[in-house]
Design a protein around this ligand. Sequence first.
Ligand SMILES: NC(=O)c1ccc[n+]([C@@H]2O[C@H](COP(=O)([O-])OP(=O)(O)OC[C@H]3O[C@@H](n4cnc5c(N)ncnc54)[C@H](O)[C@@H]3O)[C@@H](O)[C@H]2O)c1
Ligand SMILES: [Zn+2]
Length: 443
Amino acid sequence: MAIASSPSSLHSSLHSHSKTSITPRHSFSSSQGFVKILSRSDFCAVGRVCAGPLRFHANPIKVSASAAPVMDKPDSRVSTVVDVDLGTRSYPIYIGPGLLDEPDLLQRHVHGKRVLVVTNTTISPLYLDKVTKALTHGNESISVESVILPDGEQYKNMETLMKVFDKAIETRLDRRCTFVALGGGVIGDMCGFAAAAFLRGVNFIQIPTTLMAMVDSSVGGKTGINHPLGKNLIGAFYQPQCVLVDTDTLNTLPDRELASGIAEVVKYGLIRDAAFFEWLEKNMPALLARDPSALSYAIKRSCENKAEVVSLDEKESGLRATLNLGHTFGHAIETGAGYGQWLHGEAVAAGMVMAVDMSCRLGWIDETIRKRTLDILQQANLPITPPNMMTVDKFKNTIAVDKKVADGLLRLILLKGPLGNCVFTGDYDRNALDETLRAFCKS
Ligand SMILES: NC(=O)c1ccc[n+]([C@@H]2O[C@H](COP(=O)([O-])OP(=O)(O)OC[C@H]3O[C@@H](n4cnc5c(N)ncnc54)[C@H](O)[C@@H]3O)[C@@H](O)[C@H]2O)c1
Ligand SMILES: [Zn+2]
């Protein structure tokens, strides 16, 4: 059975913490509705007095990506909230600059009085103090422990995970503690898995600091670690209390990591949001130049797309798998090249090109989509072919343990129809897969 994903305009309720009516600092009309972006002063108007985010019901807002301009003079103090709607496990994603300077925002989601911040050797000198201050400011009863892990995908394993449990047990954390993931996707995935498993589940907050983590890995509750034979094979679905995206943290992110995150942003356009893809084609230079409003918009739109998919299919019975466009090939590249050699987004970029190539060979998409995919990824300085060491056999061996193999049948996410449409299916001509592998491998 193939599961199809079609583009949809999203209903996104931006909401403010203020009970009073709000004059938006920016609003712009679109063909489908209008978007209000709230200023930070609106965003945190009542702080801790407000037990939880109060919806600003003026508009359940439809967002049209193509209508969103990159503002001439970006207002760096603009914030947005995207909801992940999962019933009792729903949570907000706060997006904006300077959010780590808003202690109330973080503290309202801390349960209990004890916090364990999980981070790494690169991020701790940059942001650990700031986060500790945000967690404790005005609230001396909160105590913060931290565990600083080695940095790198190659450490996303059981041995490193044990360091988190060691710290939690040595410092006698109990069920009422909160784990905070401070870092990129590696830290988020490991900390989330540790939170899911420690005492069978403790509270958990995501503070993503890479674009990859902001637009993808911190949202949706997939957590886990790698096994030497395959990526992310051990893990759990576990949702955080909130995701706090302080876009200022991107200022220290290396260019290569920024580009890696852009690969996942492009993915949303390809699989379900043609208007966003078009916006990206126009605004890629602004993203690469780290224009704050372009970045905020791309993060918001990506989170909205992911949140909608996750709320429809939290445990990946079908639709959610479409978020893995290019990932079967990409994971093979990451595993084949050795963890940490190719960045996740780089591998996904080359993997998406392969998936798009295969979709083209099957006659499911127009050649122009293939061309536009290559162009946009090249514009973002991302690779469009796998490394030379990837042979057809290497791909086939790694693909065999992919999580999307069911009853021996490899299901793939492939594009089908106009831009922004894809299917998750095992029903395709095997020759097309072989042809794609041969076209992209030297042997
Ligand atoms: N759970 C999910 O749904 C999901 C989705 C996508 C990716 N992932 C996982 O995410 C991981 C990749 O995440 P990533 O790309 O964030 O890699 P990463 O976590 O390794 O971070 C990349 C590098 O940037 C450094 N860094 C992080 N923030 C920084 C900052 N603000 N300034 C300077 N340096 C900073 C990190 O220390 C690291 O060296 C992979 O393991 C992938 O499997 C998970
Ligand atoms: Zn990914």
